[in-house]
Design a protein. Structure first.
Length: 125
């Protein structure tokens, strides 16, 4: 079970992908005040979170595990069997949004147990 589900008890919507091939895509969206953002910002990124969750689940490319708000960022955690495929889908959805400057995506091309998995940071704006 993933960290956010352990901590916050989010209900499973589909069987969880498990094993060493669980790959990470983490989306970082800067917030305007450097803290937790405005109510409007948080609502906007919550809507994007819901859209991403729906999209990746329906297309069978991954699962949105949760989000964090704080330290000036809205951060979303997504996992799937192939982070390259998942990252491309996230990019397509994000291109339809008016993202603020500084948005980036961290992509880990390997399982969570693989200490040598290649990683990259993709700038979205």
């Amino acid at each position: 079970m993933r960290l956010f589900r352990k901590l916050f008890g989010k209900k499973e919507k589909t069987p969880e992908v498990s094993g060493p091939d669980d790959q990470l895509v983490r989306l970082h969206i800067p917030l305007s005040d450097g803290q937790i953002g405005t109510d409007e910002e948080r609502q906007r990124w919550d809507d994007l979170e819901n859209l991403l969750e729906k999209t990746v689940l329906e297309e069978g490319v991954g699962d949105l595990d949760g989000a964090e708000i704080g330290d000036g960022e809205y951060t979303m955690w997504l996992y799937g069997r192939d982070s390259a495929v998942l990252a491309e889908r996230v990019k397509l959805v994000c291109r339809q949004q008016n993202l603020p400057s500084g948005c980036r995506m961290y992509v880990r091309h390997g399982g969570i147990e693989d200490d040598d998995a290649p990683e990259e940071i993709v700038n979205l704006t």
